[in-house]
Design a protein around this ligand. Sequence first.
Ligand code: SER
Length: 875
Amino acid sequence: MYSGNELRDMFLKYFEAKGHKILPSASLIPKDDPTLLLTVAGMVPFKPYFQRRVEPPFPRATTAQKCVRTPDLEEVGKTARHHTYFEMLGNFSFGDYFKTDAIPWAWEYVTKVLKIPVKKLWVTIYPEDEEAKTIWEKAGVRSERIVGDPENFWAAGPTGPCGPCSEIYVDLGEARGCSKPGCAIGCDCDRFLEIWNLVFMQFNRDEAGVLTPLPKQNIDTGMGLERIASVMQGVETNFDTDLFRPIIDHVANLAGVNYKDNAKSDLALKVVSDHVRAVSFMLSDGIRPNNEGRGYVLRRILRRAIRYAKLLGIDKPFLESAFRIIQRDYAHSYPELKENENFIISHINLEEKNFQATLDQGTQLLQEKVKELIKKGETVLAGADAFYLYETYGFPVELTDEMLAEQGLSVDMEAFQKAAEEHRLRAKEQSQQMRAAAESPELTEKAKSLGVTPFIGYEKVSATPRIEAIFVNGQEVSDAGEGEEVVIFLSETPFYAESGGQVSDVGVIKTPRAEARVLEVKKGVTGTFYHRAEVRGGVLHVGESVEVQIDNAERLATTRHHSATHLLQTALRSVLGEHVQQAGSLVTPERLRFDFTHFSQLTPAELKAVEGLINEAVLKNMPVKATEMSLTEAKESGATALFGEKYGDIVRVVTMGSFSRELCGGTHVSSTGEIGLVKLLSEGGIGAGLRRIEAVAGLESLIYFRSLDEQVMEVAQNLKAQPLEIGKRVNGLVAQVKDLEREIAQLQAKLAKNEVNGLLSKVAEVEGIQVIAAKVQASDMDGLRQMADLIRDKMKSGVIVLGAASEGKVNFVTTVTPTGLSGLHAGQIIKEVAKITGGGGGGRPDMAQAGGKDPSKLGEAIDRVPTLLRGFLKK
Ligand code: SER
């Protein structure tokens, strides 16, 4: 009988003999793949090869790949074959061999190497794939054993490489089936077990769901190790294989139960054994339990394991001991279980301690809520309650939902999401404060003891230093995993730390199994470089040597802007005078900002002259040199030094031909031609006697001119004019618009007069008082009031109520002339009128205005005016 380990090796060896390169399993964190949270199949690491985004370094490969899939989480333990974590054996062709080789090899492996009796085997194909059918038949499969299945089309996610597939099934015998009539291949029961999927990868699917052929035809196959082990070991479920039994036995032992004693405890044992495998392997790849993305998937599985263990009666921490079994059985194939054991154990223990403490309280609370629901005859738990359980007791909402489902109830998921979103927004504000707190005394102390970090970034863009220390939230740690934001100290560094206005470099710190993105680098007073980084995958350890690499494209773009700043300073002095002093600067990959002393706005001619001088200096392609010397020497040589800048005895002087000479610690081009075109973008005042210029250099200038060009072209096209004529044409248009506006104003005045005259002819009488109540056209309150004024001027005595709808709202104006006429009050009248349209307002006795919300009620409101007035008059 073959063990799981033997089956893994046999597979890899078989395909190695067929010219495949054996590769170690990739991480469970997909690399550079935003479409997938976790590695869900053997093909995931090879997507770039299928898509030819990266040229495959070899034509064939074979792997045993760690995978995690969670859509069927709730099936785990209930069936013989569902798992969260599993291993997938696979052989892959990157545009090399295709169906004619993949199919006979699979058949040979199953029938000749594993020696599964042919009479137990079935094959499914994609219904239109006649070609596959013929090849299977040629390989020796009887045609009545080949069936079409429309679901045989495989893809790793909504987008990416995909293709029709073909599967091999084992018939485990009638006794294992559901015995329902029609139970045959394709039935959901445990009788027919899919053991191998052969995908003929030949399409790429885009966001719109459109399939385009991949550059070449590929092969991706997948055989679940746990399944094939169950077949080869002749056991009933995957959980009965040697891949699971030691863990199940261990957990059963802790719980004091016997496996296969009763269905309920068996289910729990299976869930726990599945979940602790997932938890161990996810942690070993540096995934850290938290509340987002894959960290949340991990937390959910981990807490689910604890809950099922509790159902078994395990009250004490048990995860570490279960992990030890997994480590013992798997570390020879997956060394990260050993290498990262500190990280794994510390997270397991922390998480277990926290969740165990609250599981009972939370469960009790939930039970009380359930009682209330049942009493009220309701079936849905409020989102806020589910969020409270999540927030206070750490109950993943899916767990709450699952616990409720056991009693026929559920969670209002939408309301839960809303509560969670509100909470997230609040938390975001707080995390900024956390960052400020990161400057802990412990961190400063460490920096002091490490002293100056040697900076090698003037000459080099990469290096292999040692990690001297790692801090998380101001606390020193020995290792850090995925998702953690850290401060790293290195033994030397090519990363430029933010200083002299130049922003820091960004880049990566990596080991063969881990990677962190350096987001920002600062230099402490002790000269120690703080690398603020985010671990993107794997685990980084103190003391290990790492590969560090700055993002050179960003660095070069920043460098161009820095060198341009030096040219700008000289140019300003020569155009404006020697009084120009640098007062601050910012140099980034995108632009430069230079603040300087000067008393008036620069004229267009001055700006042109400055820009011209800079670009001439660029075109002269002058050599740029950095020399270290004493400060005295530097000053004697005429270098421009910044007022108030603190330099040590030895300073760095950067010269650009004879054009510029400045004290500067920044990075620079090696000759001015590399700066490229420099374009001034803006000039303005920022305080008394202080000016600011912004400019771009190098590729950023190109980007600027391109966007300008695009806009000019668009305008030219709209005007149907030549690009260089648009100025003249636009001036003409502006004048025309002014004329038209004048004309419109005149017409509107005329219209208003007409409308007023029309209204005056429609005066009504209420109890002997003249009343004009009307719906009119007016775009705003001002227009409405002017109209009311015009009417009032013509009407010696009476009440005017005007209403107009505009932009989904209603405006009203009311006047009463003369003031106090028959005891009427404009403010009171309008209040009642506006109320009808869902609004309110008020005002003086003679004049009042109000707003309303519902334009469809405007007519009704106006019609009611006589009745309302009668009411007021009676009082
Ligand atoms: N990618 C396919 C699967 O996961 C075959 O490897 O089934």
